[in-house]
Design a protein around this ligand. Sequence first.
Ligand code: AGP
Length: 618
Amino acid sequence: MCGIVGYVGPKSTLDVLLGGLRRLEYRGYDSAGVSIIAPGGQLETRKKAGKLDNLIAEITNHPLPIANIGIGHTRWATHGAPTDGNAHPHLGGPTSKLSLIHNGIIENFGELKAELAAIGTKFASETDSEVAAHLIAREFETTGDLPIAFANVVKRLHGAFTILVIHEDQPDVVLAARRNAPLVIGLGDGENFLGSDVAAFVEHTKRAIAVGQDEIVILRAGSVEIRTFDGTPVTPVEFTVDWDASAASKGGWSSFMAKEIADQPQAVADTLMGRLGSDGSVRLSEIDGLSAQDIKDIDRIIMVACGTASYACDVAKYAIEKYSRIPVQVELSHEFRYRDPIVTKNTLIVAVSQSGETMDTLMATRYAKEQGAKVLAICNTQGATLARESDAVIYTHAGPEVAVASTKALTAQITAGFLLALFLGAGREKVSTTELRRLGHELLKMPAHVTEVIENLDLARKLGKEMANAKSVLFLGRNVGFPIAMEGALKLKELAYIHAEGFAAGELKHGPIALIEEGQPVIVIVPSQRDEDSLHPKVISNIQEIRARGAKVIAIAEEGDNQVADYAEHVIFVPQSESMFAPILTVIPLQIFALELSTAKGLDVDQPRNLAKSVTVE
Ligand code: AGP
């Protein structure tokens, strides 16, 4: 979704704004713009449809003066096509002395626009954002106090918004407000920053404040004031960003996605760090917000998420039920929210989100809290809205995930799900301490196993390149392999724009096998054959069924599997591990397969068409 940057201080504002917008590109956008106020108070704006390079070319052709205050925006079109005129910033008032940028949707903009039109306001764009700009400019003319005028207007706006405003007559202050959309403050020495996430300013400062719901920020070079929409002062809570600018840059990799796939050993290790004792015991101090009695009282867990994050939930379900015997259901956030679900005070909601800003998941957790449930978040972004609105949060430590296609966040989410499963198991005493400790030790081995997978991806790469012309790929899996089949299909859909579908292998005979024809590529996640209750024989049978009908099978199997090679054209082996934990390994070849196939088709793996990194609208 939209990227937002604000700055006031001694640096070249344009450099700060463009640098921040560049670092926010991963959020997905289709136009960009900046406004600055030059010393002496001249407000100037440049904005263009398309990528940042178009804006930079515009500024090269029409240079901006040096300035010490400004706002910048990358827009993902909602109201109005991605054109120069609809790009942000938008100017407000008859003299256009006010400039505004906005992330979100103003749901009541129609009635507000009619109010302005009735007094003769002329509009330069089709956007809801421009309506807010004119409203604030008009209110400022009435009140003569910009923060008051700003508060008076944002209170009237319904929907989701992060809004930044600067005004030529007040050239030392950036005003900001947020409701149902992300906003963070970066604290500098004699300078201050605003961003839709910390990537906007992390190269300048790691000191940050997350702005809460219905709060206004009055930002000057030497001061930061936060108030509620009603004017009540808010005491800021500062946090330190735990990654640096290089973490949010490609660092020589061909794409952010390639870098982030390779980051996975560290992402898994960092997510385990400090939470697994050498004796295999799990310590999750972050969920102290849930008492021991709360945990004993849990009679059901509902996991809510979207997309890839929902597949992390599907994997975690197997582990949580197996080790804690607490019933778990996984729901897509947007379905859960509107189906009048049964939620009680003994329901634990586990919300999984990399960005912590996915509006569907935020709406689901807000609904559940209204029903009296406690919410535990598994989130990768410090200070994100979801983390702040939950009763407890387990942060994954995958570092910034810039590519739209989620990879390291997924393996970190799955890891966090396993930690939670072992933690709840210990609390419910359903599995012996000895067994839980053994599992803890097995989990500690996973970063090394992930490294081995990363170092042996040549075949997956080769197959991805060779299958660039595939029109359809099917994915099969059983048990914990089933969510990974779904994830493999999603990766191919979002990166290569081809038909791909994941199935439970056992479901084949109930319909999907009709899809199998000569040459149909099918990727099968094969379970370990080492367990006494292994589903390996069943999956081998499934492979035989589809090969008998012409399928070309690529198997993802465990090293030492001495049967699978007889039934598959290609076998990609992953190290032996605890069967439950295998998804952390088996998903990686599917990630690289999709990346290579997309690259072979000449597509943009980091910013696939139509997609945004964080879907902050419902
Ligand atoms: C996955 O590759 C996609 N980027 C998408 O499915 C994503 O996982 C989903 O939108 C959820 O995002 P979140 O984890 O930030 O909530």
